[in-house]
Ligand binder design. Structure first.
Ligand SMILES: Nc1nc2c(ncn2[C@@H]2O[C@H](COP(=O)(O)OP(=O)(O)OP(=O)(O)O)[C@@H](O)[C@H]2O)c(=O)[nH]1
Length: 538
């Protein structure tokens, strides 16, 4: 028996391209939870989960976090959402609590549509949970670059993430000039005219290298940009996800698109595969079947002329207020001049009810239409060719200077293709401190983690690279060369007075060299693991 909507646990889907600030937003929200019970479901694309430890400190209990690390949730793991929700439900039951809200962070490469679809297609989920809203983080600094990757007729995920959002957090505005910010606003609006757009700077990471040099002492380009600070009420429990809007963005939103679909099972267990023959799929894709309404050509036109043909959102169109009621003044419903009275409140309640009924009707109509029509699959429309992740674990403390140089050279050459790099590091001389390394293209950020190594946790270096055409061997060898090793007998390390670059002096011969002399068999132990499930995204 499905629960009434008001009794279902609200789930907020957090999307956004790699490095846009999803985990930072989770922490921003979690810090405002007060006495509410909030759980987090994490899905990481990287081979090693770095984000868990960055979120857990803001949860009431470690039990409130569940990870889905076997791949990308939009492609292969939709049934894992059922598993994750069941796991949380079981843990909450044992503790005698019920969750007030659940945050589901997708990978930066996920298409939100199939994930959202799961909340309607799976009967157990739809009986117990409701999709409250889709929040999308947009990196104001790298937006254009991410959208420009939408080529060749396919739709890239950055576009879909923006198109499907109910709230867009245009983030990192501290890193862009007012002109760049305006261009980013125009791009966002050209893809999604209805979302509530909030301009934020959720974190402030100013160091641009491991030596802690803060942007050469210059003020950040966006220092003068006006930053909003959205509170809990603006982001959570807003009930702004609308199937009607999802169907406008993607007319095939409610279509079955994978073997993960599960329409009939009450307990959430998967039903047998209903996969279409490949030839049929290809034919439908060639005919445009299942193509989302936002296409690459449209975005390309917007990129060429930002602002052209765009609308400026509800306020300028004189439309309805956003989820936050932004179009009306405080205490005003916007339907008449001046503040609200009791009659307005009951009007508002009636409107809410009507809206819910309309949504239910639209959902029923969409489900009925989906059952009547032949299934059109959206799968394999991702433009992720060559995108993968490489995770490396290296034992031993890193030589900070070498690692800094390794990352600088790597990103100097390949920043465009390395979308994301992140990890935890152990630095020689500061072994007791757990450092966190975060990179988004060439922007890097490095500093001590909020919490140190856990009791019994061996200090280790774990780093994940996510990007296009990554060379696993080159990356592993590069990191390996950064691990500090003892010098052979007779050698000593010195540092250049100007650059701090280390050089080596042999006390017996007086020889000096930049290259670090190696002792035989001094190579550190390194593990590399393949990530089998990621291939299902490609
Ligand atoms: N300057 C600046 N940096 C930010 C801002 N928001 C986030 N960052 C930094 O951007 C980096 C990536 O942030 P995350 O929150 O990990 O991004 P993400 O979307 O979760 O990344 P993935 O999980 O890899 O997709 C981190 O170094 C953050 O500190 C911001 O508003 N300004």
């Amino acid at each position: 028996m499905p629960k009434p909507e008001s009794e279902k646990t609200p789930v907020t889907l957090v999307t956004g391209f790699l490095g846009a600030g999803k985990t930072t937003l989770l922490n921003h929200i979690l810090k405002q939870k007060g006495g509410r019970h909030v759980a987090v479901i994490e899905n990481e694309v990287g081979e090693i989960n770095i984000d868990n430890s960055l979120v857990v400190e803001n949860l009431l209990s470690k039990e409130d976090l569940v990870s889905m690390d076997r791949g990308c949730v939009c492609c292969s793991l939709r049934n894992d959402i059922v598993g994750a929700l069941r796991e949380l439900q079981g843990r909450a039951g044992k503790r005698g609590i019920a969750y007030d809200a659940i945050l589901l962070e997708t990978t930066g490469l996920a298409d939100p549509a199939p994930v959202a679809f799961t909340f309607f297609a799976n009967s157990w989920i739809s009986a117990n949970y409701r999709l409250d809203s889709i929040l999308c983080l947009v990196d104001a600094q790298h937006l254009r670059r991410h959208l420009e990757d939408a080529g060749g007729g396919d739709v890239n995920e950055a576009v879909n993430q923006i198109a499907f959002a109910d709230i867009i957090l245009l983030n990192k505005i501290d890193l862009v000039t007012p002109e760049e910010l305006q261009a980013a606003r125009d791009l966002v609006r050209s893809i999604n005219v209805t979302a509530d757009v909030i301009e934020v700077s959720l974190a402030n990471c100013e160091c641009d290298d491991l030596e802690g040099h803060a942007q050469d002492g210059k003020a950040l380009p966006g220092a003068a940009n006006h930053v909003e600070q959205p509170g809990w009420d603006r982001l959570m429990g807003i009930n702004s996800f609308s199937i009607e809007r999802a169907l406008q963005v993607d007319p095939y939103f409610m279509d079955s698109d994978s073997e993960n679909e599960d329409n009939g099972s009450e307990d959430g267990s998967p039903s047998p595969s209903k996969q279409q023959p490949e030839a049929e799929q290809q034919q439908q894709q060639q005919q445009g079947g299942g193509l989302p309404a936002i296409n690459a050509a449209q975005v390309a036109a917007n990129l060429a002329a930002p602002g052209k043909g765009t609308k400026r959102g509800r306020e300028e169109e004189g439309g309805a207020a956003g989820p936050s009621g932004a179009a009306a003044g405080v205490g005003e419903c916007g339907t008449h001049p001046g503040p609200c009275n009791d009659a307005c409140q009951s009007l508002e309640a009636d409107e809410q009810l009507l809206k819910q009924k309309q949504m239910q009707a639209a959902a029923q109509a969409a489900v009925a239409a989906a059952q009547r029509q032949p299934k059109r699959r959206r799968k394999k429309l991702h433009d992720l060719s060559g995108v993968g992740s490489v995770g490396i674990t290296a034992r031993g403390a890193l030589d900070k200077y070498r690692f800094n140089m390794f990352m600088r050279d790597l990103l100097g050459e390949k920043a465009r293709d390395i979308f994301r790099s992140k990890g935890v590091l152990c630095i020689k001389g500061q072994e007791a401190t757990k450092f966190v390394f975060q990179g988004v293209h060439e922007t890097i950020c490095f500093g001590p983690a909020a919490t140190g190594w856990a009791a019994g946790e061996a200090p280790v270096n774990q780093i994940v690279f996510i990007g296009r055409d990554l060379n696993r061997r080159e990356l592993a060898e590069g990191l390996r060369s950064c691990v500090w090793t003892p010098l052979p007998e007779g050698w000593a390390e010195h540092h250049d007075a100007h650059t701090n670059r280390p050089y080596y002096v042999n006390s017996a011969t007086g020889a000096k060299q930049w290259e670090r002399p190696q002792t035989a068999c001094a190579l550190p132990y390194i593990t590399q693991s393949l990530h089998p499930t990621l291939t299902t995204c490609l």
